[in-house]
Design a protein around this ligand. Sequence first.
Ligand code: IMP
Ligand code: MG
Length: 193
Amino acid sequence: MDDDAQARSGTVVHGGGDDAVGRTLVSSDDLAARVAELGRQITTDYSGRRPLLIGVLKGALVFMADLVRCVDLPLEIDFMTVSSYGSANKSSGVVRIVQDLDGDIAGRDVLVVEDIIDSGLTISYLLKALAARAPASLEVCTLLIKEGRQKVEPDIRYVGFRIPDEYVVGYGLDADQCHRNLPDVRTLGQEGT
Ligand code: IMP
Ligand code: MG
């Protein structure tokens, strides 16, 4: 297949970057089906309430955009940007809030929307910081969680997929800011798979 034909097929790697993108771990069809399920569950669980969904940028952008359209409630959204000190791919547990929420969360039913939980340090820090602001409730919805990797065991109410300990990109997740626009979740392959 030439580049043009590949681009039109919508299944090939795009987004640039030097690292080869590997095999598909979660396809766009499976993502859509699971996100719809999560949306239905959230709709049921928060029935009669007006939840505030907080997307953690930048990784949760794509998941958040799809998820909110699967929740049939009068919800509100807000975003925060956090950055973890340490190397690019390893969380140190020391997290800085780079951009904070627009609004107050006191008394609100807050649902934090995350892309992926690896060590669990980032989400634990975030939950502690948000809990101090006295929300009525505080839960987490993560698209992905890496199995067996958590150094701390945060209580996660909604999980999209449990995945093995591999670095993944796509559907919002990046490697060095690249590959967020891939429609599938894929491994970052070294062996050109
Ligand atoms: P944790 O603090 O170790 O749980 O790391 C969480 C954050 O690290 C996530 O919100 C991501 O931003 C990033 N991260 C961890 N694993 C991956 C991955 O496989 N792909 C892309 N980003 C990841
Ligand atoms: Mg993240």
